[in-house]
Write a protein that binds this ligand. Sequence first.
Ligand code: ZN
Length: 626
Amino acid sequence: MKLKRLPSLLSLVAAILFSCQSKTTNESAMKPAENDVHSFAQPNDARVTHLHWRARVDFETKTIKAIASWTIETNPDTDIILLDTKGLNIEKITLDEDVPTTFRLAESDSLLGEALAVLIRPTTKKVNIHYQTSPEAEAIQWLSPQQTSGKQFPFLFTQSQAILARSWVPCQDSPGVRFTYNAEVIVPKDLLALMSASNPSSKNAEGVYHFEMKQPIPSYLLALSVGDFVFAPISDRSGVYAEPGVIDTAAWEFVDMEKMIAGAEVLYGAYPWERYDVLVLPPSFPFGGMENPRLTFATPTLLAGDRSLTSVIAHELAHSWSGNLVTNATWNDFWLNEGFTVYFETRIMEKLYGRDYAEMLASLNLHGLKEEVQSMLQDGHGADTRLKLNLKGRNPDEGVTEIAYIKGYYFLRSIEEQHGRGKFDAFVKDYFKQNAFQGMTTERFVPFIKDYYQKQFALSLDDAFFNKWIFSEGLPDDCPSPASVKFNEVDKVITNWKSTQELEYDVTKNWSTHEWLHFLKNLPAKLTLPQMASLDEAGGFTASGNAEIITVWGVLAIQHHYEKAYPKIETFLINTGRRKFLMPLYGEMIKTKEGKKRALSIYGKARPNYHYVATSSLDKLLEVKL
Ligand SMILES: [Zn+2]
């Protein structure tokens, strides 16, 4: 990239930050970079290229004391570098080999944190930031031994996406800025540290671990976890890390990981990150998985005991191309990460388990998408049903909806269906190759695919088509419709149940999780309590150990005041931190006065077990003021 100077802005920032009038910094000069409204960095003037991170993890004080040494590239006329921070206690900053310099932290913005401006020289190659994280750092969750599976050792994990990396590493926290990194992390002797980098496979006596990430990544893919881990290999390039009590179950559940990697490579090119491992976290992890490069972080709710929820692993693996390799340049372009990833995930699942299996997943996804679109339109959030978002002034987490994921998927699927799979596959493979290790915006994506189809296949893709899918609200009428033979059978069972009130055991006894989910989601809106009880007896929903089933059944139970399921819902909410399950259950509960009281009482017990990503959404939903 060519470095471009913004003299007026920079001199203004420098003048204000290094004068005594720090009160005015927030409104005037410290505006986020124009192209990324969620970062204060101005990478066109001075950008980071490599991080050398030396850190000591202290479970007693719940802090990380660290030195972040950034290698930088600057415009020769630039005299400051801007970084993002949030709640960091900065002790000192030096340049190159320990030359003292001056720095200023701007006033805090509740969403974006504090801009950090460091005075540099034209010759500066390195900026060394000595700092400590706050015990409240939003990315980090510190767990007590009681909150782990083994109950013996403490545990920590980070979740940097979307803009939380700045709460544990001062960085240019924009998905459009990439850097390589290496790290030395010191942890208590009984524990193992793992990062989104080359990882150790066992503990050492000193508790000192070294990491290297050779490929440039954006800051939201910085990740660290510390705990009592053991490793089980799946193939020579993949394996599972987990607490000792969980490792065998995890290795069994994810046994097809190598097949997934090989299948993905056949579809869209060689796996670009050398190793692919999965770390199973404690239940408080707020997501299904997080695609930290080389080391996916996964929720233990995937360990269903029947390998039925492993599409999440295919999803995180697919991010190795869509997201980690070709990255949304800003959070307004989030659909480019997630839409492509759901498309790729579905294709991996089709390759491994057949078309009908993939169509079941696509059909369940479409059901969820239609519900979400409808409720967003009803609630006056129609603008958020566009693929291209406008999240200025808002938490980018608000863009984590079915729109980016499933509307994104159906948009790509409709291109595939209109012009053929062969052409679309050629496009996707070349899209990843030609844009590897770069950011992508929606505005650049549209001409890219149009040019590609024109040059390769002499096909001109219609602008109206892109406008309808990307820049318009709702779901287009000609949205593709998945067809699953197995789901057609489920539909027949539902029809039959409506007239006989009997479930045909011979048919349902072999149903998978997906068929049961389709069944539950397509029952009549109104059920009687005896009907709920007999369904429960036939399907064993309240007793289920499968988090997807418990959630869908739990919502039905709350809607119909089926109190037999309430204790199970409460236990589940207290022991699970995955936001996807928490939101619908709490959301359904608060629809009645009595339910809201129950929700708040459960939340009071459960909140300490949840990560910030989950509590920030739930505080808002439950109107909890702290
Ligand atoms: Zn994803």
